[in-house]
Design a protein around this ligand. Structure first.
Ligand code: ZN
Length: 181
């Protein structure tokens, strides 16, 4: 697990991006910020900062913050308990994010997968999201995303989030490795 010091530093930095995006959150939400580092210990490269606004049985809304070049690794949201799995919409609020999904591979991708882990990034249909642009993913669709060189703030709207069931392509990833406070 990441140190408390690194967690605090990472949160502080993430809040600066929310400010840039003009997104206001409460102190309680700030203090509940989650940093996903997937047990890899390289949060700058593979990681994600998030604030969860709501996560009920039917819907979920989050703010995702990505540092420049920071990557959310490839995963999918499988069916759970006869439900089809999580449907997700990503809407870019600030900066730029490159989202990759199954489909025709792009010739010259704008994102660069983290060094040494390239084999765990298998879908290469590129969707570039700029502020005000969004994309909806069907349940159980492989996807990963990386911020552009300024970083990104992305709103996520979805059905219920059950992170513990997410399936990652990289076997070294532990989805439970995220720190809150
Ligand atoms: Zn996802």
């Amino acid at each position: 697990m990441m140190s408390k010091e690194l967690y605090r530093e990472t949160c502080k930095r993430a809040l600066e991006y929310l400010d840039k995006a003009g997104i206001v959150v409460t102190d309680k939400e700030k203090n509940n910020m989650e940093v996903a580092e997937y047990g890899l210990g390289e949060v700058e490269k593979i990681g994600l900062e998030l604030i969860v606004y709501v996560n009920t049985d039917r819907c979920c809304a989050k703010e995702l913050i990505l540092f420049p070049g920071q990557t959310c690794p490839e995963h999918r949201h499988p069916p759970v308990d006869n439900e089809p799995g999580k449907e997700e919409t990503f809407r870019c609020r600030w900066g730029k994010v490159y989202l990759y999904v199954p489909g025709a591979s792009v010739q010259n991708p704008k994102a660069v997968p983290p060094k040494g882990r390239e084999q765990f990034f298998t879908v290469w249909h590129e969707i570039e999201l700029n502020p005000g642009e969004q994309y909806t993913l069907a349940p159980n669709t492989l996807h990963w995303f990386q911020a552009g060189n300024e970083g990104a703030v992305v709103s996520e709207f979805s059905t219920k989030s059950r992170d513990e069931f997410d399936i990652y392509t990289d076997p070294d990833i532990n989805p439970a490795q995220s720190r809150k406070a």
